[in-house]
Design a protein around this ligand. Structure first.
Ligand code: UD1
Ligand code: UDP
Length: 362
């Protein structure tokens, strides 16, 4: 039995192609949902539109501090692990759910495969950095999405268990993109897609105000599927009316993945602080302003595809505005491609099979 632990929006998206690849090889699988994300628009919509089976159990951890979420997931998950005794636990990304799963399974000697192993921001102000490091060091297999992640893992002494698989989000993007009609793509409009939710960018009023000022100066029709955390924090800091007052800034509910791909395929520029969306920008053909200065997809930064911006630093903002003004949609053949060949999920399954065979041989 292969067990998947998921709990956050990007994890449902990463789960879909790997679930299918395992299903194609007739593996028995089970999904546990931590409940860290629970709104329909952050959870159910992905299960429905990506045809993911309903979770076997939802631990319903809900929202809270990092410790509350991590501890809550550990308590519920340990009971399930003891009962299920999976051959492998698959963990995704870098959230508190990932951390909780890694610590719990490692102590029960259950093999762990970590999807998105080796990614690092090298920035300790980023809460997910701790989750990545712990999950990688406790995992038995690290599936690295790009060469840089593999090098990060090797530099931490994890070389024997780290493998370059390519990025599962690219597998998913290609599948979703193939299903979209041509008229939705490469629209020549002036749409800018904006997403914004990181703790670093929502925890402080001045920081949020700087971001609003930056948005106000962007030239285009800005569409923002807003994460509930950002909405909540804008209201908490009495900035909600200021946000609503920005011309050409349309705040909408978070959208499903297929709608998101359609928006990315239409945008001439993507502005985000999302790890996933900043990378997907290169799949979709829209350059990206990344609203944090932490390390992120360095190949895309070097290729001048992603521009990192500090919203509180004047020169950095001016540079980003200029970058944004000049951004146009980039045709497929000119897009950089650092994230595999769209078959990351199959490579992951191969690696798990090799691992299981080796264990049986020992
Ligand atoms: C979490 C992950 C982050 C990931 C993101 C994906 C951690 C530390 N952070 O951030 O790495 O990029 O998911 O989207 O695990 N909320 C709702 N409804 C929900 C879920 C959350 O309203 O369904 C609100 C609550 O007020 C909550 C806040 O959003 O307190 C933050 O939620 P949380 O899961 O702690 O962090 P995210 O910002 O979603
Ligand atoms: N996404 C989505 N709907 C939205 C915003 C994002 O489907 O309204 C998708 C996005 O395309 C990407 C993933 O969610 O695949 C990224 O999730 P998020 O930005 O929440 O997390 P991060 O990648 O920063 O961990």
């Amino acid at each position: 039995m292969i067990l998947h632990l998921v709990g956050n929006r990007p994890q449902f998206i990463k789960l879909a192609p790997l679930y299918r690849a395992l299903q194609a090889r007739n593996y028995e699988q089970c999904i546990i949902h931590s409940g860290q994300h629970y709104d329909e628009s952050l959870s159910d919509v992905f299960f429905k539109e990506l045809n993911i089976p309903q979770p076997y159990v939802n631990l319903k951890v809900g929202s809270g501090s990092h410790a509350e979420i991590t501890a809550g997931v550990m308590l519920g998950f340990e009971k399930q692990l003891v009962q299920i005794q999976p051959e492998f636990l698959i963990l995704y990304g870098d959230t508190d759910t990932t951390l909780a799963g890694a610590v719990t399974a490692a102590k029960l000697n259950i093999p762990i495969a970590h999807v998105e192993g080796g990614t690092r921001t090298h920035y300790r102000g980023n809460p997910e950095e701790y989750n990545r490091i712990v999950a990688d060091h406790l995992s038995d297999l690290l599936f690295c999405p790009d060469q840089i992640s593999l090098e990060n893992a090797c530099s931490e002494g994890l070389d024997k268990k780290a493998f370059l698989t390519g990025d599962i989000m690219y597998d998913m993007f290609l599948a979703a993109d193939a299903g979209q009609s041509m008229d939705k793509k490469n629209d020549s409009g002036n749409m800018i897609l904006l997403t914004w939710h990181r703790q670093e960018n929502t925890g402080d009023k001045d920081r949020m105000l700087s971001i609003l000022k930056f948005i106000d100066r962007l030239e285009g029709e800005i569409v923002c599927p807003m994460h509930p955390r950002t909405r909540k924090q804008l209201k908490y800091f009495n900035l909600w009316d200021a946000a609503l007052g920005i011309d050409n800034f349309r705040i909408v509910e978070p959208v499903g993945y297929l709608e998101m791909v359609a928006l990315m395929n239409k945008a001439r520029l993507i502005v985000t602080d999302s790890g996933g969306v900043s990378k997907e920008s290169s799949f979709a053909g829209a350059k990206c302003v990344f609203m944090l200065e932490a390390d992120i997809w360095d190949d895309l930064v070097k290729a001048n595809w992603i521009l990192k911006m500090n919203p509180e630093d004047g020169p950095s903002v001016e540079k980003a505005l200029k970058f944004g003004k000049n951004a146009v949609r980039i045709p497929k053949e000119e897009r950089p491609c650092f994230y595999g060949d769209g078959h990351a999920a199959d490579k992951m399954v191969d690696l798990m099979e090799e691992y299981i065979l080796k264990q049986q041989g020992d």
